[in-house]
Ligand binder design. Structure first.
Ligand SMILES: N[C@@H](CCC(=O)N[C@@H](CS)C(=O)NCC(=O)O)C(=O)O
Length: 215
């Protein structure tokens, strides 16, 4: 039984898992769950992932969810090429960079947060855009400060791409959606350009997925 990914073209977390699978050369089939129309709440998907978010990876009859947990699972079942470095301090740094997107920045701009801002606080689409732009810029600025202290060479932790690069590239994908200028974030922009020169990153971009719709 092959690997199945439940994802959505627009989802940054699905992007992260697609890149990881492609870097590791693991073929997969993606099933789309339209999180904009509420398919994540349907009973069929609730049975797959009762958190009601994408992505979910199905492997060996197991349901694995949360993109960072999926990335680490993939490293466990297929260690090469490694997504996490072996050195404990480097592992901690890679996880820290990854979590800035996964835990700090991205959760603030998900559909459930945008919908809540609209339904409970009356935010219109312009206000939502300002909200998303603010948190996207905060994330980029944080990454810029960090990467300026430890310059990517050429990836965040050295010669090979890993979880940090995947998550930083995802933060830049968020900037692409918002059409943000990356000039104030030169280290981030350089790292992202390098990432997107690799097919695993480029072909995983939301704009390249079936179902992509321009805003
Ligand atoms: N921390 C989770 C985030 C999962 C998540 O929020 N996914 C979004 C798409 S990127 C989603 O399915 N949102 C549905 C919603 O907000 O209702 C991960 O990294 O997998």
């Amino acid at each position: 039984m092959g690997i199945q990914l439940y994802g959505f073209w627009r989802s940054l977390a699905s992007f992260r898992v697609r890149v990881a699978l492609k870097l590791k050369g693991m073929p997969f089939e993606e099933t789309s769950v339209d999180i904009l129309s509420g398919e994540q709440f349907k009973p069929d998907y609730d049975a797959v992932n009762t958190e009601r978010v994408v992505p979910t990876l199905i492997h060996d009859g197991r349901q694995i969810f949360q993109s960072l947990a999926i990335l680490e699972y993939l490293d466990d079942i297929k260690p090469e090429p490694r997504l996490l470095p072996a050195d404990p301090a480097d592992r901690a740094y890679a996880r820290a960079l990854a979590l800035m997107t996964v835990a700090d920045s991205h959760p603030l701009v998900t559909p459930r947060v945008r919908n809540h801002l609209t339904s409970q606080f009356g935010a219109d689409s312009a206000a939502i855009e300002r909200w998303a732009t603010h948190w996207a810029m905060e994330g980029l600025a944080t990454y810029e400060r960090l990467l300026a202290k430890r310059q990517p060479a050429p990836f965040a932790l050295g010669a090979e791409p890993g979880i940090a690069d995947i998550c930083i590239a995802g933060q830049v994908v968020g900037a692409h959606f918002l059409k943000l200028d990356l000039v104030p974030f030169p280290s981030v922009a350089r790292l992202a350009d390098h990432c997107f020169s690799f097919p695993a990153f480029a072909t995983s971009h939301p704009f390249e997925q079936p179902g992509y719709r321009a805003q």
